[in-house]
Structures are given as structure tokens and as C-alpha cells.
Design a binder for this molecule. Structure first.
Ligand code: SF4
Length: 408
């Protein structure tokens, strides 16, 4: 008898307030948004427009820029205009530092050009109500109706909060290890700053929180605690994740654990690009994390087996690559013409062991012949065997089947 139904889905999303940022919503039941950040000198308008446009085209739904000096603040309206002239209306997020309040006062057009500001209470004053920098930033956010991400980073933690908690810990008969106090200080700094911002007049549904850490377990622990202690929407991101495969693996592990637990309303994958590498890689990785977890769909997915001793040649890897390439080329047009095409699942498999089964689970699948099989490749469409491909033209014929399927 069957009596063990096994569900496969993330935990229900944590209930958070919903914050409007430009045309998007963050939190509530809105989809988990993807963000990224430029690494150009913001004052270099051409370079910044070019990179922000690339990030937006790659799928970054918000693009953050550092606004660290007069030139950067003066550049923002021009960056906004030039992006708009290219048809790119991506909301820009201003990342401010200790001098943000002065810059925004001298450059009101900068405040008008951004859709959100990010402030770090360890860097913009002490996050204290009495602190003029923090209070001035919040006053400006209220005046321009800008939502604010209060973004704590453990590398620049508010010393006053840490000292207070360390002192309290020292009074305990059995003090906790310092790293535990630091984690608490990170969360406490974020929540206290948010409460202070509300006391200063910022609406509660204009606040997003983040607590970035550079270790996976630290990040998971801190966000779990944050989610328990408040209902502000949460921006997830492992800071200083690093380069290449370790960076991707660390970010994927950390974000996946939290998203699976229903924690997180917007994400950024912070990768250090390889020299000469594309900044857009982090957007691609963020999309893949959300898509492989079944949280959002961005592009048709190609399932391919890893290959093994049963594989007759590396032709099937080439075929999988060709299908992936075909999708990348065609997806902009498909998206316009065939809404929902992102949900398509295609399987390219190396032999009969898992080929037919995996192909049947996909919308379209092909099982190439293994080393000891007849040179024929059965194709499955919607779980049924549709045809068998042979000869030298399998790739082109399979791509035609994909095109026909999408058109129908
Ligand atoms: Fe090997 Fe076949 Fe499995 Fe691919 S499907 S990994 S070729 S046994």
C-alpha cells in the first residue's frame, strides 16, 4: 500500500512586510528578487552605465551603486537618464557611507534618481537616534519616500552595540564564546537600527534588513535569528564569498539553506569576478539558485547526465551544450512570443539506463545510444516516445523538435 506521500517543496515563506521599490515589491508574497552591484567608479558615467545595463539585461532586478563622493552623487541622475535612453528602467540603489547625508543634501537630484538607499549602521554613524548622520539619512529617506535597506556587515559592525553586548556577556557566570556575542550583535544592530528609523518617522514598510557574514554557518545562524526576531523583509547575501567555484558553492549553500526554510525576500550573490571575468556571472548564479530550487523560472532547463563508461562518445555532452546554446540564443524571442516558456524542461541523456526515464520526466527528452546500444536516439515528448533519430543530423533535428514544441 502507498501511505508515505513525500512532499518536495520549501518550508512556507516567512511572513514579512511588503516594501515597494520602484516597480517591484520586496517581501510579503512577492517573488524573491535578484540584485547585483556595480564595481565601476560611479563617477565614471560611461563605464557605470555600461555595467549597470549589462547587469540589468542579465536579469538583475535592482542594481546598487556606491555613492561615495561628490562626483558619484552628481553622476547618478545622468546614469539614470542614460539607462532610460537605452530602454533600461532598472531601479538603482544608492549605497551610502558616512558622508551620505552631506552628499544627498548637496545633490537632491541624486535622491530623486535612486529607488532605494542602503545604509550600514556601523558606517553611517552608530545607528543611534541621537546620531546626526543616521537621523539625517532617515530624514532624507522620508522626504523622498525612499525605502531603506539597513545593511549590517560583520566586517564593519557597530562597535557600540558589540561593546554593550560583550560587557553584558562578561557579567554572566558562564559567559558565551565571543563569536556567539558577535552574531547577536550583528542581529541586534540591524533590529535596533530599524526600530530607531521607525521612531525617526520612516514607515515600517519601507525597511529591509540584511546581516552579511562571510561564513556559511554564521550567515545561516544569523538570518534564522533575524527571521525569528522581526518581520522586516530580508536581503540575503554571503559577503566576501570569494572567487570561482568556492565562491559559487559557498553562496549557493548558504542561500539555499535559508531559502529552503522560507527565509529571504531578495538575494545577491557576491562573487569576486575572475580577472577579466563578467560581473554578470553573479546574476546568472543567483538565477540558477532560485530556479533549481523551484522558486522562480528564468530559462528552460536542460537536464543532462554526467556521462560514464557506458557513454559511447562525448557526442551527448556536445548535444547538451548545443541545446543550451540554442536556448540562450532564442530565449529573448521565445519570452516575447510564448509566455511560460521558462518552465520548459529538456533532458539530454547518454544511454538507455537513465535516458528514457529521465526523458519521460522532461517535456522533451532524448536518450543517445550508449556504447553497447544500437545507434539510435529515441525522443520523448510529454512522456511519450515521439520518434527515433539516427545519423549525423541528430542535433539539428532535435532542435527542430524543440522549436515545434514551443510553437505549439
Ligand atoms: Fe552513464 Fe547512461 Fe547514466 Fe549517463 S544515463 S551516466 S551514460 S549510465
Amino acid at each position: 500500500t502507498f501511505d508515505h506521500p513525500i512532499e518536495a517543496s520549501p518550508s512556507p515563506r516567512q511572513t514579512t512586510r511588503c516594501v515597494a521599490v520602484g516597480p517591484y515589491k520586496i517581501g510579503g508574497d512577492a517573488p524573491v528578487l535578484i540584485q547585483s552591484m556595480t564595481d565601476t567608479e560611479t563617477a565614471d558615467i560611461d563605464a557605470t552605465v555600461k555595467q549597470a545595463a549589462a547587469l540589468a539585461r542579465a536579469g538583475s532586478e535592482l542594481v546598487r551603486l556606491t555613492i561615495n563622493n561628490e562626483q558619484a552623487a552628481a553622476a547618478l541622475p545622468h546614469i539614470r537618464e542614460q539607462l532610460a535612453s537605452q530602454g533600461i528602467e532598472v531601479p538603482l540603489v544608492g549605497d551610502f557611507h558616512f558622508n551620505g547625508h552631506k552628499l544627498l543634501k548637496r545633490h537632491p537630484a541624486c535622491a530623486e534618481a535612486i529607488a532605494k538607499m542602503r545604509i550600514n549602521p556601523g558606517n553611517v554613524g552608530k545607528g543611534s537616534r541621537r546620531d546626526p548622520q543616521f537621523a539625517e539619512m532617515i530624514e532624507i529617506a522620508c522626504r523622498y519616500e525612499l525605502p531603506v535597506r539597513i545593511g549590517v556587515n560583520w566586517g564593519s559592525l557597530d562597535e557600540s552595540v558589540l561593546t554593550r553586548l560583550m560587557d553584558a556577556n562578561a557579567q554572566r557566570q558562564q559567559p558565551y564564546p565571543p563569536e556567539m556575542v558577535t552574531r547577536d550583535a550583528v542581529v541586534t544592530s540591524a533590529i535596533e537600527s530599524a526600530k530607531q528609523a521607525e521612531e525617526l518617522g520612516l514607515p515600517g514598510d519601507s525597511i529591509i534588513l540584511s546581516c552579511k557574514m562571510s561564513g556559511v554557518q554564521d550567515l545561516v545562524a544569523v538570518y534564522r535569528d533575524l527571521a525569528r526576531r522581526c518581520d522586516y523583509p530580508l536581503h540575503l547575501g554571503l559577503t566576501e564569498a570569494g572567487m570561482g567555484v568556492p565562491g559559487i558553492a559557498s553562496s549557493s549553500a548558504a542561500l539555499a539553506i535559508l531559502l529552503q526554510q522560507g527565509i529571504g525576500d531578495t538575494i545577491r550573490v557576491s562573487l569576486t569576478p575572475d580577472p577579466g571575468g563578467a560581473r554578470t556571472r553573479e546574476v546568472e548564479v543567483a538565477q540558477q539558485i532560485l530556479q533549481c530550487m523551484g522558486l522562480r523560472d528564468f530559462t528552460p532547463r536542460v537536464t543532462a547526465c554526467p556521462g560514464c563508461g557506458r557513454t559511447s562518445s562525448n557526442y551527448f555532452q556536445h548535444l547538451a551544450e548545443q541545446v543550451r546554446h540554442h536556448i540562450d540564443e532564442r530565449i529573448p524571442e521565445w519570452r516575447n512570443q510564448y509566455p511560460g516558456v521558462e518552465k520548459l524542461r529538456i533532458a539530454v541523456m547518454g544511454c538507455v539506463v537513465n535516458g528514457p526515464g529521465e526523458s519521460r520526466h522532461a517535456d522533451i527528452g532524448i536518450s543517445l545510444p550508449g556504447a553497447d546500444e544500437q545507434p539510435a536516439a529515441p525522443v520523448f515528448v510529454d512522456g511519450e516516445r515521439r520518434t527515433t533519430l539516427k545519423g549525423d543530423n541528430i542535433a539539428a533535428e532535435f532542435k527542430n523538435i524543440i522549436e515545434e514544441y514551443i510553437q505549439q
